[in-house]
Design a protein around this ligand. Structure first.
Ligand code: SF4
Length: 63
């Protein structure tokens, strides 16, 4: 499957030194391999915690 890069300008992740930033395919693959979610799933406040776990996502969504 082809996957084109979104580009760093459109990435919501605030971890600016990440080598996967702007490349959604690499980003998703990396976090999926760890059972996590990417920055764009989280609110801006939760995103800045850099905790990409399902537990944090549920807390972020008020569940
Ligand atoms: S969500 Fe994770 S992999 Fe994606 S750009 Fe941010 S730190 Fe990197």
């Amino acid at each position: 499957m082809e996957c084109s890069a979104t580009g760093k300008d459109n990435c919501r992740c605030t971890y600016r030194s990440c080598s996967r930033r702007g490349n959604c395919c690499q980003c998703v693959a990396y976090h999926r391999s760890k059972g996590e979610f990417t920055a764009c799933f989280f609110s801006p406040e939760a995103e800045r915690s850099y905790d990409r776990s399902f537990k944090r996502l549920l807390a972020d969504r008020g569940r």
